[in-house]
Design a protein around this ligand. Structure first.
Ligand SMILES: [Zn+2]
Length: 421
């Protein structure tokens, strides 16, 4: 199947783009449709790479608005965990479908997910047409390791990989140890070995709270990043979510190992973690970076445009310096251009995957000003994204995601069954 976009605007120039077999075949001023092509007349819309949400728990759309404004542990223990104990694959599927619909609508083409029932999320992603890197949360209770914990963890890993084995080609697997405080040291070491052997990425929460750092130093004598490194989990395929409480030595080590930090500014602010990801230090050391929402239960939005603005603002404010985190840098992070782990690294060109957006140029917020700054500081996803294309497939055109009414209905039914709606 082939697709041609005509009359788009790229960096101020009029361009066309032709897609064959999921990849960009031609991009430039002279592109014309061929017989049989699906054609989109872009009418001056801005052509940009799609956004990547590099840390989320998609199916937690089910929990959006359920237990807001509570302390983290109270929210988890009293609200989330009791309901998660009753979740089945069907609920996860529809929760993830709702997340995908919101992502498509707001210009996200792919995401890194950590959630229960990974096979259900994979089916939802495949049905929605997005890309995803999916891992089931791996948890063994933390603390001292034991043979039983390790045996259970090994079985959990294999079950999760099995569930994802038949996943469609736009989906890949990760090993997702939940955190250093919910997974024991022998299990973390095993995850490092298993990931290395299978060439799989590792996706883990790290240094989200100051308490986590203090507990790690007390238990292991080193801060969390050095501990991860000692366990063999820190490498170029490691996605470190949060990294709020990283010191300079940890940033050095992350840069040296080539791991990526995915910052989640909105979720950190909403849960009041008390610190801010040290962006200036990370940038100085050329740490690979990505941007995420975290789960829609604790953000609560999946709109990456909102995350971009928050990232820029919180960094400027914390540094008391408006030159920190300029719009161009933030945009590069959000399209995956600042991490080798994220999508096609934000590239648009012949031979690259055909993942792109057409943004309305006729909206007030994009009328004047430099385009990237408008996107970071003025735009919202639902306000500007007209068309979302992933692997050459048009997932949205004209700002409406197909089938969203049915998805909304199904999600409400599942939430009612779980007693949370
Ligand atoms: Zn998370």
């Amino acid at each position: 199947m082939s697709l041609t976009v005509t009359g788009a605007t790229l960096d101020g120039e009029a361009v066309g783009l032709r897609v064959e077999d999921g990849r960009i075949a031609e991009l430039g001023g002279e592109v014309t449709p061929r017989d049989g092509d699906e054609v989109i007349e872009a009418d001056g819309s801005l052509l940009v790479p799609g956004l990547w949400n590099a840390h989320t728990h998609a199916a937690m759309t089910l929990f959006r608005g359920y237990g807001d404004d509570l302390p983290l542990m109270e929210w988890l223990e009293k609200k989330i965990w009791p309901v998660e104990a009753k979740l089945d694959a069907d609920a996860v599927y529809w929760g993830a479908r709702l997340a995908c619909a919101e992502m498509i609508r707001t210009g996200t083409v792919g995401f890194w997910d950590m959630y229960w029932q990974p096979g259900a999320t994979a089916r939802a992603v495949a049905d929605a047409g997005l890309r995803a890197v999916i891992g089931a949360p791996l948890i063994d209770g933390g603390g001292a390791g034991s043979d039983e914990k390790l045996a259970k963890l090994k079985a959990d890993i294999e079950r999760s990989l099995e569930e994802l084995a038949g996943a469609k080609e736009l989906i890949s697997e990760a090993l997702a140890p939940h955190s250093i405080y919910t997974v024991s040291e022998p299990s973390l070491r095993w995850i490092g070995e298993r990931a290395g052997e299978a060439g799989l990425p590792v996706h883990i929460h790290i240094s989200e709270t100051e308490q986590e750092v203090a507990n790690c130093v007390a238990a292991h004598g080193v801060r969390p990043v050095a501990y991860l490194d000692r366990c063999g989990v820190l490498g170029p395929r490691t996605m470190l979510a949060h990294g709020v409480w990283l010191d300079d030595a940890e940033l050095e080590l992350i840069a040296e190992r080539g791991a990526t930090v995915v910052t989640n500014p909105v979720a950190n602010l909403k849960l009041a973690v008390g610190g801010v990801f040290p962006y200036p230090g990370a940038r100085k050391r050329a740490v690979a970076l990505a941007l995420g929402t975290d789960g829609p239960g604790s953000n609560n939005s999946l709109d990456m445009f909102e995350q971009m603005k928050f990232l820029a603002l919180i960094q400027k404010h914390t540094a008391a310096d408006p030159t920190v985190a300029p719009a161009d840098d933030v945009w590069r992070i959000a399209i995956g251009a600042a991490s080798p782990l994220v999508g096609a690294n934000g590239k648009l060109g012949a031979g690259e995957p055909a993942d792109f957006l057409l943004l309305r140029s006729d909206v007030p917020e994009l009328t004047l000003g430099e385009a990237t700054a408008d996107l970071v500081y003025a735009a919202s996803g639902a306000g500007v994204v007209d068309t979302t294309v992933v692997a050459g497939k048009v997932l949205m055109n004209g700002g409406q995601v197909r089938g969203v009414d049915e998805i909304r209905e199904r999600v409400v039914e599942r939430a009612k069954r779980l007693g949370i709606a």
